[in-house]
Design a binder for this molecule. Structure first.
Ligand code: SF4
Length: 729
């Protein structure tokens, strides 16, 4: 690090939802190093991904020219099967395509999508019945997410548009919207500095939100009591006052037992409930909770009644208690019920609306909050305006120059539903930007076959991902450090990123690609977006997109592009031009019709696929510190890939002994949907009847095993729980 940078560019880390501010040092047109900057979420701190992981931008496999599938290369998911060394044969994947000019590729992509649209129009189809769908990206900018959903809705007259929030926090958002009228966090992570009691459930922040974990650990050092609840005894347990290693899938049993203690031991904050909760809800919840005494729930959740009572009392009686949760709560067929119980904990005890309290679903991707805010969801328009409300549709139609009554009133299909429809031929064309469902969707073999069956698939991405390898047209896009844009982190903080380096070859800005496609699909878009990702000044193309977007979003109404350029970061809601933003919300009312919250009873239901004699283990999938989601970026980062180069399954030493396998030896994991061979890792944090696997590795794709069982409300898949068999190789 002795080389002097040619320039240093302020931006945001492209990986997790913490949203750490970074200073990108550029030398000779390449990213030389990355340092933490004093941003609102990190104050200079970074984890290994933020500091060492950005070299994926310069990887030789970056796409540099548009690609069109060769006529003699039929789509075949079998091409994704890896060789003996586990690595993808990139040359083989690339050989399916021929280089094309931008005009030819854009024309081909637009024609493929328009063909299905025109067929739908001829049949008078609209809404869900339109055989076109789009997956946008939580890794792109807010402006890209906004343009993507606008394109799908305006060009195809459908709300069949979704993104990875469906596989991430859809259940949390559904429960939060239902309970308190907002799907975002109530308090930022760093507000944990004011908490006396911290409840972390179904989250592993040391691995998945590392800088957030440092703020939690700081709070514990200051004297806060931390309770970690998770089926695995993860690293944060070293800092915990109590660790509840509960039975996988038994979240509702544990949480309802805690609620039972609160209502039966007089720990309800009656004044708060009387003022802030809908009349009648408490009585209904009280009646529901009668069956959930800790003594009755202990055998189900594996936590003794005395500990449940102790933790519930501590949560309720601490001056300020804060809840963090993650995918372990959300990714279940009962994920919405899990989140409902957490919301009830905060509402019953008045632990919300003050510093050091509240509800914080830790967002996964760097812009999953922003992409959701921007309306990249099949049931809502920007700012969570429901598609079923005529005034909301009318506002979007007016802003987008669409005829009155153009937008359908029924929600579109969700991620897993879209791929099921593609498998069955009801969805025939798709546009995918920066998502990799061939790796991230449950029952990945089914997802890959569904993608291959599409009559037309255009993918916008920076690498030839497993999904792009099944496309008809691949459009080379920009990585985050190559473009101007905003992202919104888990705290609701909107932050500006500026381009540090130029895109490689003939790669173009995603927003420019979307604008070009829109024009070819007959939409009169004229933002004037820079094809190479630049242009931040007021009046620039991206600035115009941002200002149009905020015009539809009361939460951002006071944040003009010009103001954002000045301040760099601000936490929404920002309703007026002089509003400083609101890191803590719900201080005096909830954003519901009457300002009051709803207490909703959480039902107890079993996981979709419990273990049995044939499949005796529970498989839990997740992430790890060094690799990000499907690995498209981090496995192309030299340092990160060097630290964790091969897939592994973590098993308890007793399990390894039972299987007769030494740590490091290989096993076959088999579910009712597929099988993989993978090396083992001894891990005492994993219970003996459980296997844990990251899903970042294509050569042992964990999602070949997972089950597509959906939460009936949020339609999130149960990728945190399925039954597997494990055998020594
Ligand atoms: Fe990036 Fe998240 Fe690490 Fe911060 S904690 S450096 S945002 S991956």
């Amino acid at each position: 690090y002795t080389r002097r940078a040619d320039r240093v560019v302020a931006s945001v880390c492209p990986f997790c939802g913490v949203g750490c501010a970074v200073a990108i040092h550029v030398k000779d047109g390449r990213i030389d190093r990355v340092e933490g900057a004093p941003g609102p979420a990190n104050d200079g701190r970074l984890c290994v991904k933020g500091r060492f992981g950005m070299d994926y931008v310069h990887h030789p496999q970056r796409l540099t020219t548009p690609l069109i599938r060769r006529a003699d290369a039929p789509k075949d998911p079998a091409i994704l099967t890896r060789g003996p060394d586990g690595r993808a044969d990139h040359a083989k994947l690339l050989a399916q395509f021929r280089p094309a000019t931008w005009d030819e590729a854009l024309d081909t992509a637009a024609a493929g999508l328009a063909r299905m649209r025109d067929a739908a129009r001829a049949q008078g189809l609209r809404g869900r019945a339109v055989p076109v769908a789009g997956f946008g990206s939580a890794k792109g900018s807010n402006e890209e997410a906004y343009l993507f959903q606008k394109l799908i809705r305006s060009a195809f007259r459908t709300h069949n548009v979704d993104h990875c929030t469906r596989l991430c926090h859809a259940s949390s958002v559904a429960a939060l919207m239902e309970g308190i009228g907002s799907g975002a966090v109530s308090n930022p992570v760093r507000d944990v500095a004011h908490a006396d009691f911290i409840f972390v459930i179904g989250a592993n922040p040391v691995q998945n939100h590392p800088v957030a974990a440092t703020w939690i650990k700081n709070a514990v050092r200051r004297g806060a009591r931390l309770v970690l609840a998770d089926p695995r005894r993860t690293e944060l347990a070293r800092h915990a006052w109590r660790t509840l290693t509960f039975t996988p899938g038994a979240d509702v049993a544990l949480l309802n037992a805690m609620l039972h203690v609160i209502v039966s031991e007089g720990l309800v904050d009656e004044a708060f409930v009387a003022e802030r909760v809908h009349p009648g809800d408490l009585a209904a919840l009280r009646a529901h909770l009668q069956a959930f005494a800790p003594e009755a729930m202990a055998p189900l959740c594996g936590i003794d009644a005395a500990t449940i009572r102790e933790v519930a009392r501590a949560y309720a009686t601490s001056p300020a208690s804060m809840i963090f949760w993650g995918m372990g709560v959300a990714q279940h067929s009962h994920g919405t019920d899990n989140a409902r119980a957490l919301i009830a904990l905060a509402l019953l005890t008045g632990q919300i609306g003050r510093p050091g309290t509240g509800l914080h679903p830790l967002r996964g991707q760097n812009n999953v909050q922003g992409a959701s805010d921007a309306g990249l969801i099949p049931m809502v328009l920007p700012d969570y305006h429901r598609v079923g409300v005529p005034e909301h549709r009318a506002a979007a139609e007016a802003a987008w120059g669409l005829p009155a009554g153009f937008l359908p009133d029924e929600p579109g299909l969700t991620v897993v539903e879209i791929l099921d429809a593609a498998y069955e031929g009801r969805i025939r064309a798709m546009l995918i930007q920066g998502e990799n469902p061939a790796m991230s969707d449950p029952d990945a073999a089914h997802a890959r076959e569904a993608l291959a069956r599409l009559e037309h698939l255009t993918v916008i991405d920076i690498f030839l991902t497993e999904t792009a390898a099944l496309a008809d047209v691949v459009l080379p896009a920009t990585a985050w450090p190559e473009k101007t844009g905003t992202v919104t982190n888990t705290d609701r903080t909107v932050q500006l990123g500026r381009p540090a380096v130029a895109p490689p070859g003939d790669a173009r800005a995603d927003a420019w690609i979307l604008e070009q496609l829109a024009r070819r699909l007959g939409l009169a878009w004229n933002y004037g977006i820079d094809p190479h990702g630049g242009g931040a000044e007021p009046g620039s193309g991206i600035g115009r997109v941002f200002d149009e977007m905020r015009g539809l979003m009361p939460a951002l109404a006071g944040l003009s592009w010009e103001r954002l350029l000045r301040v760099g970061a601000i936490t929404h809601p920002v309703p007026t031009a002089d509003d400083p933003g609101h890191p803590i919300v719900f201080t005096d009312r909830f954003p519901t019709a009457d300002g009051r919250a709803h207490l909703v009873s959480a039902r107890l239901s079993a996981p979709a696929e419990p273990p049995d004699a044939d499949y005796p283990f529970v498989l839990i999938t997740g992430r790890q510190l060094e690799h990000w989601h499907t690995g498209a970026m981090t496995r192309r980062s030299a340092v990160l890939d060097a630290i964790e180069p091969v897939p592994h399954v973590s098993l308890h030493p007793q399990t390894l002994a039972r299987l007769g396998v030494a740590a490091g030896g290989c096993v076959v994991l088999r579910s009712r949907r597929g099988q993989i061979t993978v090396a083992t890792r001894a891990d005492e944090a994993v219970p003996p009847d459980v296997a844990f696997m990251p899903f970042a590795y294509a050569e042992a794709a964990a999602n070949l095993l997972t089950i597509p069982a959906l939460d009936p409300i949020a339609k999130i898949a149960e990728v945190k729980y399925c039954a597997v068999a494990i055998e020594a190789v």
